[in-house]
Design a protein around this ligand. Structure first.
Ligand code: PLP
Length: 429
């Protein structure tokens, strides 16, 4: 009853909650949710929506196996400090993550968010360079990338709405996309893109980079699918210059890209991989920074504490580990990763013909993410508003509209999602 009256609930929220990212004072009264199941979610007025805006939902809402695992772990041992001690699930989860990655990547540091993961990953790369006897601190990354909101993570890119008035803690060389996203499918795109990275890596020969940090798919940067061979090409550039390759799989890992890890599917072995969103399906915050033993071992020589001077009170939280293990069990048992690739293809096939027509500039897909790039941000906002009126939630990044359903969405749900998406697009003028 404390939360029952919609008007009281809305008023409390309006008065007391400082919402992330969105403008101060924005009206959120139309988007207040109370419960969800599978791929369906209900708002406070009882309206039902298909969830097509799920950043971290792999096994969907209220999955009985995950909710049971969370409750059981909370009642058994919810948390111990993993800096000096450990608990019985930390090793099980770290081993499980290693099983999805190429052999050298066996060592996982747990944190609570993707952003924290990049603070740690950059410290690892800078530390590694020092351990090799060649101190480096410069980082090369996409200008349109997004590694997170902490001061360090946000310095690794230059999205207009993430700009901040602080000086970057490390020197960063940013790489602009040399071609518009829709042209990245063209055969000549890969060499052009790799050439831009090669120039950034060599930008200051007296100051080679400690790491190249990239996402296999630019999520916040506008749903940009990078060409096949991109990570492999970067690996070769990094090898030639003694630079670590740090791959941001915060969005792509655990099925979203149609593989457990996009880098592993592409046969590329990074030095450090950061993953988060799908790991515990959003049930409890958790992120994993998984490094090669060659990176880990160097830290034994740290003169002050003999390790990475990094961690959080709730790193490796036992309930989060339980949620992650249960989520990964569901992914495997229900074959959701392969299904994501198949279902994404089926959904994209129904909208592919729209590319270059009306207000749709491009249609592209990665795994179970279907992106419709519109002519303008306003056009994308209008699609989101009409979709909501048709009972569908979508995501938007700039002018890109993205359908990102939970991986558990069934065929009928996916068909209904596309029907509603088509209904939300502007008709012929
Ligand atoms: N990296 C990518 C690719 C992301 O999409 C995000 C979040 O959207 C992050 C990093 C940051 O993760 P978090 O929001 O958990 O800090």
């Amino acid at each position: 009853a404390r939360y029952a009256d919609p008007d009281v609930v809305r008023e409390r929220d309006r008065r007391h909650v400082w919402h992330t990212w969105t403008p101060v004072g924005a009206d959120r009264s139309a988007a207040m949710f109370t419960h969800a199941s599978g791929y369906r979610i209900w708002d406070i007025d009882g309206r039902e929506y298909i969830e097509g805006s799920a950043l971290n939902s792999t096994c969907g809402y209220a999955h009985p196996e995950v909710t049971r695992a969370v409750a059981e772990q909370a009642g058994r041992l919810h948390h111990v400090d993993v800096s000096l001690t450990s608990h019985d699930l930390a090793g099980a989860l770290a081993e499980r993550i290693a099983s999805y990655l190429p052999a050298p990547l066996t060592r996982t540091l747990f944190v609570n968010s993707g952003s924290e993961g990049f603070d740690a990953a950059v410290l690892m790369a800078v530390g590694h360079a020092a351990h090799q006897g060649r101190p480096r601190s410069r980082i090369v990354a996409f200008a349109r990338g997004y590694q997170g909101a902490t001061v360090l993570a946000r310095s690794l890119s230059d999205l207009p709405r993430c700009r901040h008035p602080m000086t970057a803690p490390l020197p960063v060389t940013l790489v602009d996309l040399p071609l518009p996203p829709r042209d990245l499918r063209r055969p000549e795109a890969l060499p052009v893109l790799l050439d831009a990275f090669e120039r950034a890596i060599g930008a200051d020969p007296a100051d080679p980079p400690a790491a190249v940090v990239v996402e296999p798919f630019l999520n916040v940067g506008g749903g940009v699918v990078l060409p096949p061979g991109f990570l492999a090409g970067l690996r070769a550039l990094c090898d030639a210059t003694g630079t670590l390759l740090v791959v941001d799989e915060v969005f792509t890992a655990y099925g979203r890209a149609g593989a457990m890890f996009a880098c592993a599917r592409d046969g590329v072995v990074p030095d450090v991989v950061v993953s988060s969103k799908g790991l515990a399906g959003g049930y409890v915050p958790i992120a994993a920074v998984t490094a090669g033993e060659h990176v880990y071992e160097g830290f034994a020589a740290d003169p002050v504490i003999g390790g990475l001077r990094y961690g959080h009170t709730t790193s490796g939280h036992a309930v989060a580990c339980a949620a992650a293990l249960a989520t990964l069990d569901v992914l495997e048992k229900e074959n959701l990763v392969e299904r994501a690739e198949w279902l994404g293809g089926r959904m994209a096939a129904r909208v592919a013909h729209l590319a270059g027509t009306g207000e749709v500039v491009d249609v592209r897909r990665l795994g179970l993410v279907v992106v419709l790039e519109m002519t303008t941000e306003d056009a994308a906002l209008a699609v989101l508003a009409r979709a909501r009126a048709h009972g569908l939630l979508l995501r938007r990044q700039g002018a890109a509209v993205m359908a990102v359903p939970p991986l558990v969405i069934d065929d009928a749900g996916a068909d209904a999602l596309v029907d509603r998406l088509l209904a939300a697009l502007p008709g012929p003028a």
